[in-house]
Design a protein around this ligand. Sequence first.
Ligand code: ADP
Ligand code: ZN
Ligand code: ZN
Length: 752
Amino acid sequence: MARSTSSNIPPVINLAVPSPLRRTFDYLPPKESNSGDWKTLQPGMRLRVPFGKREIIGVITGISDTSKLGRNKLRHAIAVLDQEPLFSPALMKSFDWAAGYYQHPPGEVYSTLLPAKLRQGARAEFATKYAWISRSKPLQEDRGNLDRAPRQKALLQFIVQHGQVSLEQYTEAGFTAATLRELVNKALVEKIEIPATNPGDDTNNRPVGKGNIIKPNPGQQVAIKSITASLDGFACHLLDGITGSGKTEVYLQVIKKVLDLGKQALILVPEIGLTPQTIRLFEERFACRVAALHSGMTSNERLESWLRAKNGLARIIIGTRSAVFTPLARPGIIIVDEEHDASFKQQDGFRYSARDLAIVRAREEKISIVLGSATPALETLYNATTHRYNHLVLSQRAGEARKSPINLLDLQHANTTEGFSTPLIDLIRRHLDQQNQVLIFINRRGFAPALLCKACGFVFECRRCDSLLTVHKIPPTLHCHHCESRSAIPAACPNCNSSQLATRGMGTEKTEQFLQQQFADIPVIRIDRDSTRNRNNLDDLLNQVQTGQPCIMVGTQMLAKGHHFPRVTLVAVLDADTGLFSPDFRGQELMVQLLFQVAGRAGRADKPGQVVVQTRHATHTSLQALAENDYHQVAELLLRERKAAHMPPFSHLALIRAEAAELKLPLQLLQQIHQLCEKVQRELSLPGILLHHPLPSPMEKRAGRYRAQFLLQAKSRGALQALMALVCPQIETIKSARKARWSIDVDPLDLI
Ligand code: ADP
Ligand code: ZN
Ligand code: ZN
């Protein structure tokens, strides 16, 4: 990285540019620059450079004296876009680690982690904001003119009333940019620039909010003490506490300490967990403006949060997965809430785990990290029990609430209607009669998971995927949940022309309909991806629940996470069996975590709760352990199975996938990659790596493309890494690799 001489010869700049090639590219500084300019170049700054016939933007990863290509072959950069690095050396080291570990092209890593605006070349500065004011006193005749333009008149009045109006204000009030433009054209309204004085509104000498309002219980005290004692260096803590045990309170009190030290806290939450309530919780406690980072924001909003974090203007940064890349001026702690959540793993492109990357980053930044969960991932739990992480356990619910018993309801000996057994219906009625709320969990959205012909047995399948079509009634469609294709519900069977079509199985919509029939005077509130397409819908539905009136919620896993429903006393899981026999190695773990999270919604306040799980396999060991309501017991069982099967955390996996429109291509490519792996393995004599045979993927056809995969399973992470580091660049040179799309997934979440 460092240059030996500060000579008059321009330095060679190593640049990560958005390209699928697994290497950096060398450039010379802009032609017109001088030796003074060269000295200011540093890793982490952006350059605009020529690339083939295009111009692109790259990030400097290193500066050196020589290039393998030879200087005379190098092109000059066009412009230097930053005066200072966008990332600290520690952060850049984490990125380099990620590019290597996940075998991803460094340029694509950098373009994933830059906010869109910066990727496109915008300046790393707060955007200028504008407002509109009314111009002196509009003349009488101008006002007269507006009589025929009532919207313009109303907007002008609105502006006069407020003195000064921003884009957000006038759009929120229902006015459009077009109306405003008319007023500007008529010179009735003027646009002014608002100086970006202090978009952070956070300074470190501000008092720290309401401070500690809750007195921590002994378990929380131990955790808080242990974490705060480690703040001056790297340590990884697992805060392993049952739902309602007060993990959030531990975070808050630790964050207070971090802020008192003048440092910043970065909090990563699952996609579903980042609600306005979450942000409000932190803002109220600490009387500050949190910098939020999530996919629902505009690129300007994201850039603003990013800059506030980088410049130290925001003290608390809360975001989803990609927020792990946010630069911090004074990093103090990283918290990963619900660390087991699948949304922390990116499932396409740069397939990183934000949790694992957060740990690497904390180590590089020499700060502490807290992983929190009521149902830690088996890998995390294993790392904690083998003392790689500091294991902090909260086994009691905080405050008054007690842990709810979990009862299995054996469906083998019960009558059911639309998936509800008679005892469950009775139970729901009893809880509602006592003025309580009920939550029904069913992990399948839509009306029913299948449509079939009663006359000939024909089942409607997606034409582009190996999967059945889901029936939706609101609006009526057949919907493929894998490729998102939609079509009208047909009137007759395409096979025998019979009109006797019937749905099979239950989805949230059908469950909602059934419950509404059973409990006519009780509101039934459905919460799933379809009923909450926009964020406000979810808030509206949750507000309805928060009134505390008796109601039934029907929902998917969206309901399982984080929400606090103090009036819910009965949680029922309609069908626990689908996950139990999942073909994937993580299927059971995911099901058990989900069931524990759902069960955790019961009896959160003063009222005792009850959890009922319907199953046809009441004697299954995982369900038996679940009924003990002890996640650790289930986890131990599952870990024993993993050990016997040599699966993670007892081995390390990488999955190479390929897909193409042509049936045979993916397998052919994978066979070539397989041979390549065998050759490298022999040459390096790498021990303990099992190369499975390339096979069609469990869902071979998806969105009109054929898919295949092959698994690498290794005892040692190092050996696997060494193998892949050599193999991946060689795959780029295989000809058919250009016709079939291939990808590598290190530590895959599933093998499907
Ligand atoms: P978790 O995040 O572990 O699910 P929360 O932090 O949301 O749990 O806490 C659950 C409830 O208990 C919240 O209403 C919280 O205010 C309350 N609580 C937390 N700690 C205490 C405590 N030490 N004493 C009393 N109530 C507490
Ligand atoms: Zn038919
Ligand atoms: Zn499909």
